[in-house]
Ligand binder design. Structure first.
Ligand SMILES: CCCCCCCCCC(=O)SCCNC(=O)CCNC(=O)[C@H](O)C(C)(C)COP(=O)(O)OP(=O)(O)OC[C@H]1O[C@@H](n2cnc3c(N)ncnc32)[C@H](O)[C@@H]1OP(=O)(O)O
Length: 187
């Protein structure tokens, strides 16, 4: 193997859809019922929903409610960032490797009023070692609406023990089947 020179970028690694990934068009189940991004039982969470796309892509939606305001009647930027973290994070279920957000950059292009549904398309762009580079755009009220927010992220692949080492124990019944497998939680 040829050694990299100092400062020389690492070549892109192959990254593929896992054979067990959710089929294109199918809903990706919420990984944890109380997740503030996607958990159906979180009282004020974003309730983001995500559908698997072709290849390494997903399509998510987030409807802004009164619980998500910053300025009166407008979505808080942190909530929008959260929605993107959630949709980008759901790409890991296509790859089949546990990974966490290392870096997330969000660009706010238009104010997002309460009542808006953001249509968020996200994709894996490339991988370098444990780093997975991703990007996403959020469009107002339709898949082809105007772009309100765009984001890019680097997720870092972690061992399954990351969640049990740093988090708290949780029953498998509180996680999706895929998340319980990834986090090695036994029923
Ligand atoms: C049960 C399943 C649940 C799924 C949950 C999904 C939830 C939605 C997504 C999230 O919100 S995750 C929560 C927010 N993120 C975190 O809490 C992560 C906190 N940070 C860490 O735990 C560690 O910093 C991290 C695991 C990301 C990295 O620590 P390591 O010690 O493993 O990394 P290391 O220093 O060995 O670096 C490995 C590579 O990653 C790069 N790297 C590390 N941290 C980075 C960073 N922050 N940004 C960009 N690159 C980073 C680093 O430069 C290096 O690149 P090279 O291989 O090219 O040298």
């Amino acid at each position: 193997m040829t050694e990299r020179q100092h400062g020389e970028p690492r070549p892109a690694d192959a990254i593929e859809r896992h054979p067990g990934a959710p089929a294109p068009g199918s809903t990706i189940a919420s990984h944890y019922r109380m997740c503030v991004g996607c958990g159906p039982d979180h009282p004020t969470g974003l309730h983001v929903t995500v559908v698997a796309g072709e290849g390494l892509t997903v399509a998510g939606t987030f409807t802004v409610t009164d619980d998500h305001q910053g300025a009166p009647g407008l979505a808080h930027g942190g909530m929008l960032s959260l929605a993107f973290d959630e949709v980008l994070g759901s790409l890991i279920w296509l790859i089949g490797k546990p990974a966490v957000t290392g870096h997330l950059e969000t660009s706010y292009r238009r104010p997002v009023p309460v009542g808006t549904t953001l249509h968020i398309d996200a994709a894996v762009d490339r991988a370098e070692g444990r780093k997975i580079f991703m990007s996403a755009t959020g469009r107002e009220n339709a898949p082809d609406g105007p772009v309100s927010v765009a984001a890019s992220a680097v997720f870092i692949v972690v061992p399954p023990t990351h969640f049990t080492d740093h988090g708290r124990p949780v029953a498998a019944s509180e996680l999706s089947e895929a998340a319980a497998k990834v986090a090695e939680v036994n029923p």
